[in-house]
Design a protein around this ligand. Sequence first.
Ligand SMILES: [Zn+2]
Ligand SMILES: [Zn+2]
Length: 255
Amino acid sequence: MQITVLGKSPAMPDAGGACSGYLVSEGDFRLLLDCGTGVFAKLRMFCEPNDVDTILITHMHADHVADLLPFGHALSFPLRHLAHRPRLLVPPGGAQRIQEISEVFGIGYQLEQAFAVEEYEPASVLTVGPLETRFQEVPHYIRTWACELRTPIGRRFTFGADCAPNEALPAFAAHSDLLILEATEGTSVQPADDDGIRGHMTAQEAGEMARAAQARRLVITHFSDQLDPEAVRAAAAVSFGADVDLAHGGAVYVV
Ligand SMILES: [Zn+2]
Ligand SMILES: [Zn+2]
């Protein structure tokens, strides 16, 4: 299984970057994990829109779904015949959100016609092409699911989505071959929102989560280019207890 980072930015895209998006391939099968702001243009650097078999969405924040709009447009007005509609797997309640997005932007049923929209059942193990997918709900500002993609020979890639520190994710990601975790808060906890709820992690907390999971490899993502990358890397590495990678557009990981 090969994972290509299309975008690693938090909600404000890095200069020249894109928000959450990862292209996962296993043989001829291609899955797009999240489709945030700017991801569609990056996707086109690696494959044709028609080549994507499945899109999997962790949660319905704009930095994880906004580029479903240009993706849907591309599939609705193709320059060549469409062989299929990609499967669009959204969280519970996501299908309603897709309808609402379509209404707001006045595009009729374009998204529903471009994609085979399907809400996943988080408690079940989902088969997506040759991969098996499991889900774990994680604490964030809206309902959000971390996910695991497992190959037929048992290789595991775990994506933590957006989340505050929690105990569920290390158990879910235990001994994962590749764990990609967010560190939106950088090297120190940012002032909480008015309600005091946290929805993100620091790099140190991401390292602690990965250490608790005994992950084989940790990649830090969803951090701003306004942060000092080496400080982010160092904070995560100290708490993880081993080297970590920082995600960047075009980075490729093989699991
Ligand atoms: Zn989010
Ligand atoms: Zn996000």
